[in-house]
Design a protein around this ligand. Structure first.
Ligand code: DX5
Ligand code: ZN
Length: 218
C-alpha cells in the first residue's frame, strides 16, 4: 500500500488548520512538513512553533523534512513539537550516524534525504539504522518544480539494494509528483509519495487525492 504525504508548503497558510483537516479527511496518511533555513536551501519556511500548533489539530503522521544546517541543535524541539518522522539531509549532516541515532533516542523515526546529484552509495553504511530514505526528485527549496527523470533509476537501484539486504526501509519521493508520473514512481519502488502542488495547488483537495490514488492503480 502506498502512502500519500501532502506537503503543506503549497497550502494556504491563512487557513492552515483547515487545509490539514481536508487532507486528513481525504485519507492521506502523512503530513509532509518542509522546514527550510535559508542556508542549506535558498528559501525560508517555519519551525517547531508552527508544527506544535497544528499538532493539536491533526492525528496524521507528522513527517518533518528538515532542509537545514545544524539540525542536531533543533532535533529535540522538533520531537517535542510533535514530529513522528524526522528526515535530515545527507549533505547537511557532518556526523550523520550520530544525528540518526539522536532522532531515534527522541522517539521518532529517522529518515535521510538525498539531493538529486547525491549518490546512493553515501548511505551504504547507515542504511541498516534508518527507517526511510527520501529521494529528492527536484532540487530542494521550492514547490512546483518538474520531476527530474533520472530519479526513476535512482529509486529502482535503491529498492533493489534494500531488498537484496532484506532491510525494512520506506522509500519516499519528493518533488514534482503528479497524477501523470505517480504510477511510474511507484513501479520503480517508492511507497511514500510527497505531493505539494498536485494536492494543495488544486481547487478540490479531495478530488486531487482521489486522482493520484486512481493513477497508481491504473
Ligand atoms: C521541496 C520540498 C517539497 C515540495 C514539493 O524542497 O521538499 O516537499 O513541497 O512540492 P511539489 O509536490 O509541488 O513538487
Ligand atoms: Zn519535502
Amino acid at each position: 500500500m502506498i502512502k500519500l504525504a501532502p506537503s503543506i508548503l503549497s497550502a494556504d497558510f491563512s487557513r492552515l488548520a483547515e487545509s490539514v483537516r481536508e487532507v486528513e479527511e481525504a485519507g492521506c496518511e502523512y503530513l509532509h512538513i518542509d522546514v527550510m533555513d535559508g542556508h542549506f536551501v535558498p528559501n525560508l519556511t517555519f519551525g517547531p512553533v508552527v508544527i506544535k500548533s497544528i499538532r493539536k489539530k491533526s492525528e496524521m503522521v507528522f513527517d518533518c523534512h528538515l532542509m537545514i544546517e545544524n539540525a542536531d541543535l533543533y532535533l529535540e524541539e522538533f520531537a517535542k513539537a510533535g514530529a513522528d518522522i524526522i528526515t535530515v539531509h545527507q549533505e547537511a549532516c557532518t556526523h550523520l550516524h550520530r544525528t540518526i541515532h539522536r532522532i531515534k533516542e527522541l522517539g521518532c523515526k529517522a529518515g535521510v534525504s538525498l539531493n538529486p546529484a547525491t549518490d546512493l552509495s553515501t548511505l551504504e553504511y547507515i542504511l541498516p539504522d534508518i527507517d526511510m530514505v527520501l529521494i529528492m526528485s527536484v532540487n530542494p527549496g521550492f514547490g512546483g518544480q518538474s520531476f527530474i527523470p533520472q530519479s526513476i533509476q535512482k529509486i529502482k537501484r535503491l529498492k533493489e539494494n534494500i531488498e537484496e539486504k532484506g532491510y525494512k526501509i520506506d522509500i519516499q519521493v519528493d518533488g514534482g509528483v503528479t497524477a501523470q508520473n505517480i504510477a511510474e514512481i511507484v513501479d520503480a519502488g517508492a511507497n511514500i509519495l510527497v505531493a505539494g502542488s498536485s494536492i494543495f495547488g488544486k481547487e478540490d483537495v479531495g478530488v486531487a487525492v482521489r486522482q493520484l490514488r486512481a493513477a497508481v492503480v491504473r
